[in-house]
Design a protein around this ligand. Structure first.
Ligand code: HEM
Length: 474
């Protein structure tokens, strides 16, 4: 049986390879792959986990076994995050998942829908700029940009998903829940890895954490349903409904062909918050950090903006199409700092073959997309920050180029990329158009720690504190 021969790091009795995940799993797995190869079998407690660190192998998996790996594993954490399998991101593959993904793509996250929300984004960007100007006028002019960016993204996403009734306190709770989802992901729930030891989850307080997490969502949803987020369809003369309103409308739409349940509406809404806020805000944060570390890149972005803005006070979304350097800059940032470095876990629905090895049913699959961005066979001098490389490579992150998959691939690919890019690009363009940015006095580029914290969403460990000054051009 060839499966037994799959390269696999030596493991300890009982815990297997769990201890080798370290504090930053994508980095630990990358190191292990250098020793054991791009296809490794790990035993995480009792969970057999295949780790892929090469784009070629992902291509093989997707070409031959896309359907086999179209599902997510079952676990009590994913049950909580999926509102009991009533969502897209964490639910198992099947008819309900297929219908919801189609619905989200067509009615919530299509490029037409994303475009229709440009007014809301512009308003939130104005508030962001105002917020920065106010914060700067207080104290010594240093602001914590990481926190400000997280508030901006929370504000814009809750507004687009739920409507503008959401209070400041509720937004803070939604942001906390989004972040908690990311930290819970790496909490070891014994029941999932060692079914006989589920009593340890009670003893260690993990079960209580999960119960509180669920309770917080319950309380929030009572409020959301009460306000039902169904604001006027007529905003600025446009038919502009928020996701919650759209979903409630669809519930009464007989042409839809499926009946959307309240649980599915809740699951979808949770997905938009959990999958949207931290991924988008951490991308913006990495963008600003890389600009500070690379002044020559900052200059090029500024030069392009100046040409395009022609004295306008704000960059509008219509102008974004002309900012080609800004766009390749963002690509370079997510090549080196993919917000979800290990994507989301998948599991085999049936036995299959990869690289000639037999892979049994219910084997977990982890794809190290972070490693792909550093693969020398695809990227010249991969550790160098060089947006220009994307002028030469016609590569895109839409899932066709297997060596650049920050949004995942195939059936399980992220449906929210246009939605998040719209939020990122308009904010970045205006942050740089309106302000010049520098490090606080006494801090140098060398003091910037570019390491990630060890969570499923790859945050920069060090918060970004900067000094904005009103741009001289304006
Ligand atoms: C920079 C921002 C984002 C990044 C890097 C990102 C990345 C990802 C990744 C890696 C996956 C897993 C793909 C796979 O398993 O192959 C995913 C799935 C998903 N994302 Fe995103 N995402 C982002 C923003 C968003 C936003 C804003 C939304 C919604 C508002 C969203 C909704 C989803 C959903 C629903 C899934 C599950 C898809 C499925 O399982 O079929 N994402 N995302």
């Amino acid at each position: 049986q060839k499966e037994a021969l799959l390269p696999s790091p030596p493991r300890l009795p009982f815990i297997g390879n769990l201890h080798q995940l370290g504090s930053i799993p994508h980095r630990s797995l990358y190191k292990l792959s250098k020793q054991h190869g791009p296809l490794m079998l790990l035993h995480l407690g009792s969970v057999r986990t295949l780790v892929v660190s090469s784009p070629k192998i992902v291509e093989e998996v997707i070409r031959n076994n896309d359907l086999v790996f179209a599902t997510r594993p079952m676990s009590k954490l994913l049950d909580a995050m999926s509102n009991n399998k009533n969502d897209i991101a964490f639910a198992q593959y099947g008819e309900s998942w297929r219908q919801m993904k189609k619905l989200a793509r067509t009615h919530l996250l299509s490029s037409q829908k994303v475009k229709s929300m440009s007014f809301d984004r512009a308003e939130e960007v104005s508030l962001l700029l105002e917020n920065i100007a106010n914060e700067t006028s207080r104290g010594n002019g240093v602001i914590c940009l990481t926190e400000i960016l997280n508030s901006y993204v929370t504000n814009v996403i809750t507004r687009l998903v739920l409507g503008s009734w959401v209070t400041r306190e509720k937004k803070a709770l939604l942001s906390k829940l989004s972040h908690e989802s990311s930290t819970l992901f790496y909490e070891v729930f014994f029941e999932d890895f060692f079914p006989n030891l589920k009593w340890l989850d009670v003893l260690r307080g993990s079960d209580r954490k999960l119960e509180n997490y669920k309770k917080n969502w319950d309380t929030l949803f009572e409020e959301i349903i009460k306000n039902h987020g169904h604001e006027s369809k007529e905003v600025n003369g446009k038919n502009n409904t928020y996701f919650m309103g759209t979903l409630l409308d669809l519930q009464h739409d007989s042409t839809l062909g499926v009946v959307l349940t309240n649980d599915q509406i809740r699951g979808l809404t949770m997905n938009m918050i959990i999958a949207g806020i931290d991924t988008t805000s951490t991308t913006l944060d990495w963008c600003m950090a890389e600009l500070i570390r690379n002044p020559e890149v900052m200059k090029k972005v500024h030069d392009e903006l100046r040409k395009v803005a022609r004295g306008e006070d704000m960059i509008s979304e219509e102008l974004l199409g002309q900012l080609s350097y800004l766009k390749i800059f963002i690509k370079e940032v997510i090549r080196l700092h993919p917000p979800a470095p290990l994507l989301l876990p998948r599991e085999s629905l049936q036995e299959c073959q990869i690289q000639g090895y037999n892979i049994p049913k219910k084997t977990r699959l982890v794809i190290n997309a972070w490693a792909f961005g550093r693969d020398e066979s695809y990227w010249e001098a991969p550790e160098q920050f060089k947006p220009e490389r994307f002028f030469d490579y016609t590569v895109d992150y839409k899932g066709k180029d297997f060596y650049f998959i920050p949004f995942g691939v195939c059936r399980r690919i992220c449906p929210g990329m246009d939605f998040s890019m719209a939020i990122i690009e308009i904010a970045l363009a205006n942050l740089l158009h309106r302000f010049d940015w520098s490090l606080p006095s006494g801090i140098t580029i060398e003091d910037m720690d570019m390491d990630e914290g060890g969570e499923v969403i790859s945050f920069r460990k060090q918060k970004l504190e900067l000094v904005p000054t009103a741009s001289k051009v304006n």
